[in-house]
Design a protein around this ligand. Structure first.
Ligand code: HEC
Length: 182
């Protein structure tokens, strides 16, 4: 979903558009004018003038709903696949990670999407870790290096400002799984 802006913004936009289209499609048409001839008496086919407009709104609404469903399903499948790959790579459980990262204070230094309150600016944000080539600028990115870094960064890069936080290797596996699953 990299080609689209922030998830919430596009969801709100699509929602507003769907609401507008739904309103156009469903809004009550003008009733017969008071005192006008009963339907059928009019000359020519009794096609309401707004019919074409409604048909367009209906197709647009259907199109938007189907596209939304498709995009939603695709995003869901992608997320699930990333989750499975991350679990296979690290042997960790990503669902346990947010609580661990809060407990060990990772969010005080790093901004970490998906971890409440993790908005630190001391170091870079922990995003797109599965696409990085290096960890801490020195170690080739691999699940082993990632876990080792999280447990004891100074063993890998002695002058790094990141301290060992006391997190265990088993816990670091969960955190690494989370970071790779994003
Ligand atoms: C005191 C601040 C601080 C804390 C707390 C901290 N880090 Fe870091 N972290 C850093 C700094 C600074 C770097 C950049 C290291 C470098 O390039 O030498 C870093 C780098 C990293 C990297 C490599 C990112 C990259 O861009 O290469 C990962 C992954 C990481 N930290 C995870 C964590 C996790 C998980 C925790 C919690 C267990 C944590 N950090 C806690 C300061 C911190």
């Amino acid at each position: 979903m990299r080609f689209l802006p922030d998830g919430r913004a596009k969801l709100a936009g699509a929602g507003l558009l769907a609401l507008l289209l739904a309103w156009l499609a469903f809004r009550p048409g003008p009733g017969p004018a008071p005192g006008s001839a009963p339907p059928g008496d009019a000359i020519g086919p009794p096609t309401p003038p707004q019919w074409h407009f409604r048909a367009t709104a209906w197709s647009a609404l259907a199109f938007l709903l189907l596209t939304g469903l498709g995009l939603g399903a695709w995003t869901f499948m992608q997320g699930r696949e990333r989750h499975e790959v991350a679990v296979a790579l690290t042997g960790g459980d990503p669902r346990r990670a947010p609580e661990l990262m809060t407990r060990y204070g990772c969010g005080g230094c790093h901004t970490i999407p998906g971890v409440p309150g993790a908005d630190g600016k001391v170091a870079g944000p922990l995003t797109d870790m599965r696409e990085r080539v290096f960890i801490g600028g020195v170690a080739r990115n691999s699940p082993q290096a990632m876990i080792a870094w999280i447990v004891d960064p100074r063993a890998i890069s002695p002058r790094t400002a990141m301290p060992a936080t006391g997190i265990t290797e088993a816990e670091a596996r969960n955190v690494a799984a989370f970071l790779y699953a994003r």
